[in-house]
Write a protein that binds this ligand. Structure first.
Ligand code: SAM
Ligand code: SF4
Length: 474
C-alpha cells in the first residue's frame, strides 16, 4: 500500500515493474549464438532493445559470445558518441536526511556522520574553486530533508549560475535530490536546470523494502518510481535514471533500468537523457551484506549490455570507481564522468588530500585532480568536453535527439568539444596537459573535411587562444 496520497502521483502513475516477469526472463538456459548475434546487429543498427532482448544478452554465458557483446558495445560507442567524454563535478549541498537507507552514510540513524548544510555563501566559495579548476558543469546533490525543498534547490541553482571567476562560469547545473511533486519540479525547472536525476536504487520490490524502511519517505516504491514521470509532467524533459548496484542481482537491475527507460519513452516520447550505475561503496557506519556485490568482470558486461540496450542514452560513470577500471570502461560506452571530485560537505575548499569518511556519503575510488584526468583522457585519444550548447539552445526533449540527427555530432558536438577543451587548456591546464591537448586538437581538426565548418572552427579556436574570447558554441 502506498503511503503517498494518489494526487501526488503523475496522472498515469503505474508500477510497471513486474518482478516475476523479469525473474522469468532471466531464468532460461543460455541463448543460442544466432539469437545473440541478431540482437547485437539490431543494436548496432542503433535501435533500442526490448526488455526481452536485453535479457537474452544478460543470459549469455559463453565466453566468446560475451566477448562479442563487449566488442559490439565498443563499436556502438564509437559510432554514436565518437571519442568525446563529457566532464562534470558533483557539489554536495547538504547531508541532513529524514530517510534511513541502509547503504548510505547520510541515513538519519547514522550518529557518526557530521551533519552540515552549506549556506549560499558557502556554495559560492565552493563554486569559485570549481571554476578556478576549470569546471563548467556541476551536479548539486542533496540529502532528503524538508529544508532542501524546491525553493531552496531553486535558490542554490541561481547562486551557482551567478558565480563568475575570471573566464570561469558554470554553464549547466544538474540536480540529484529527493523526488518532488509536480509543483516542486516546476519550481526547480524555473531555475534553468539541466538534468534532474533520481535513482530507483533497486527495482526489486522486496529488496527495496528491505533497504528503505517503510515508515520513511523513501519507503514508498511507487512514489519514487513515478518521480521522473512527475518531472516530465512539470516540463522537465531531461531526466536521469539509475540503480545502485550491489543491493540485488545486477541482471535484474539492468532489466529494471531498461523497463524504466522504455516506460518514459512510451509515455513522454523521450527516454532518459542519462543512466547511472553506481556500485555500492564502503560508507561510514554502513554494514551491508556483500551477497550481491558486482565484481569487475560483471560490471564491464553490465555497462556493455546497457550501452547496447539504449544506444541513445548517455551513460555516467562516477569517481566511486578506481582509476584503472574507469579508464577501461570508457571504451564500453560511457559518455560522461566526474573528475577532480570531492564529496565531503565543503570538500573543495576545506578537505586535505585524505578523504574524511564522517563527512562524506561513501568512499571515493578516484580522487585524482581534474587536470590529471584530463591528461589521461587526452593521452588515450579522447576529446574531453565541457560542452553545454544543446541545453542552452533548448535542444532537448521529444523533438530533439542529438544522436539521431544525421551529421549532428560532426556539425555540433565535436566542434563544441574542441572549443571547450581548448578553453580548459588555455585557462587552467598544467603545461604537460596543455601541450598534449593542443596536439590532440590539431589532430582532430586535421580529420575534418575542408569546408565552411572547418574554417569557422579554426577561426573560433584562434579567437579563444589569441583574443581571450570564450563560450563560442555551435
Ligand atoms: N537523497 C537523494 C536520494 O536519495 O535520492 C539524493 C541522492 S543521494 C545523496 C545520491 C545517490 O548516492 C543515491 O541515489 C544512491 O544511489 C547513492 N549512494 C548512496 N549510498 C551509497 C554508497 N554507499 N555507495 C555508493 N553510492 C551510494
Ligand atoms: Fe538520504 Fe539519499 Fe542517503 Fe537515502 S540515499 S539516506 S535518501 S541521502
Amino acid at each position: 500500500m502506498s503511503s503517498v496520497c494518489a494526487s501526488s502521483l503523475s496522472p498515469g502513475a503505474v508500477d510497471f515493474i513486474n518482478d516475476g516477469r523479469l525473474e522469468a526472463l532471466l531464468a532460461p538456459a543460455p541463448p543460442d549464438a544466432a539469437r545473440v548475434r541478431d540482437i547485437i546487429a539490431k543494436s548496432l543498427a542503433k535501435t533500442a532493445l526490448s526488455v526481452e532482448e536485453t535479457a537474452v544478452l544478460l543470459n549469455c554465458t559463453d565466453p566468446a559470445l560475451c566477448e562479442e557483446i563487449l566488442a559490439a558495445a565498443r563499436q556502438l560507442k564509437r559510432d554514436v558518441y565518437g571519442n568525446r567524454i563529457v566532464l562534470f563535478a558533483p557539489l554536495y549541498v547538504g547531508n541532513d536526511c529524514v530517510n534511513d537507507c541502509l547503504y548510505c552514510a547520510f541515513r538519519r540513524s547514522n550518529r557518526t556522520e557530521i551533519r552540515r548544510s552549506l549556506d549560499q555563501d558557502e556554495i559560492r566559495r565552493q563554486v569559485e574553486v570549481l571554476e578556478q579548476r576549470g569546471h563548467k558543469r556541476l551536479i548539486l546533490v542533496f540529502g532528503e530533508h524538508p529544508r532542501y525543498n524546491a525553493d531552496f534547490i531553486h535558490e542554490c541553482v541561481q547562486t551557482v549560475y551567478a558565480v563568475k571567476v575570471g573566464h570561469g562560469e558554470i554553464r549547466r547545473v544538474n540536480i540529484n535530490a529527493a523526488p518532488q511533486d509536480v509543483d516542486g519540479f516546476r519550481r526547480i525547472k524555473e531555475a534553468r536546470i539541466g538534468t534532474f536525476q533520481i535513482f530507483q536504487e533497486t527495482y526489486h520490490h522486496a529488496t527495496y523494502a528491505e533497504v528503505h524502511p517503510r515508515h520513511t519517505r523513501k519507503g514508498d516504491y511507487l512514489y519514487r518510481l513515478d518521480a521522473l514521470s512527475r518531472a516530465q509532467e512539470a516540463g522537465i524533459d531531461d531526466v536521469g535514471i539509475g540503480a545502485l548496484f550491489g543491493l540485488y542481482d545486477w541482471r535484474f537491475e539492468v532489466l529494471g533500468l531498461v523497463s524504466h527507460a522504455l516506460h518514459l519513452q512510451e509515455c513522454y516520447g523521450v527516454g532518459p537523457h542519462t543512466i547511472s550505475f553506481p556500485r555500492v561503496r564502503p560508507a561510514a557506519g554502513v554494514h551491508l551484506s556483500d551477497r550481491h556485490f558486482v565484481g569487475d568482470a560483471d560490471f564491464k558486461r553490465l555497462v556493455a549490455i546497457l550501452r547496447l540496450a539504449v544506444p541513445y542514452t548517455g551513460l555516467i560513470l562516477t569517481a566511486r570507481e578506481p582509476p584503472a577500471l574507469r579508464r577501461e570502461l570508457l571504451s564500453f560506452g560511457v559518455s560522461q564522468i566526474d573528475a577532480g571530485t570531492r564529496i565531503e560537505l565543503g570538500g573543495y575548499t576545506e578537505a586535505g588530500d585524505a578523504q574524511c569518511m564522517e563527512r562524506e556519503q561513501f568512499e571515493l575510488g578516484d580522487v585524482r585532480t581534474l587536470d590529471e584526468v584530463m591528461g589521461e583522457l587526452i593521452t588515450d585519444g579522447y576529446i574531453p568536453s565541457f560542452c553545454t550548447a544543446c541545453y542552452r539552445l533548448g535542444r532537448t526533449g521529444e523533438h530533439f535527439m542529438e544522436f539521431a540527427i544525421p551529421g549532428f555530432i560532426k556539425r555540433f558536438c565535436t566542434p563544441n568539444a574542441l572549443t571547450t577543451a581548448l578553453e580548459y587548456l588555455v585557462d587552467y591546464a598544467s603545461p604537460q596537459t596543455r601541450a598534449a591537448g593542443e596536439k590532440l586538437i590539431a589532430a582532430e581538426v586535421a580529420k575534418l573535411e575542408d569546408g565552411p565548418l572547418k574554417t569557422e572552427l579554426l577561426d573560433r579556436l584562434r579567437r579563444i587562444r589569441d583574443r581571450g574570447e570564450r563560450d563560442l558554441y555551435f
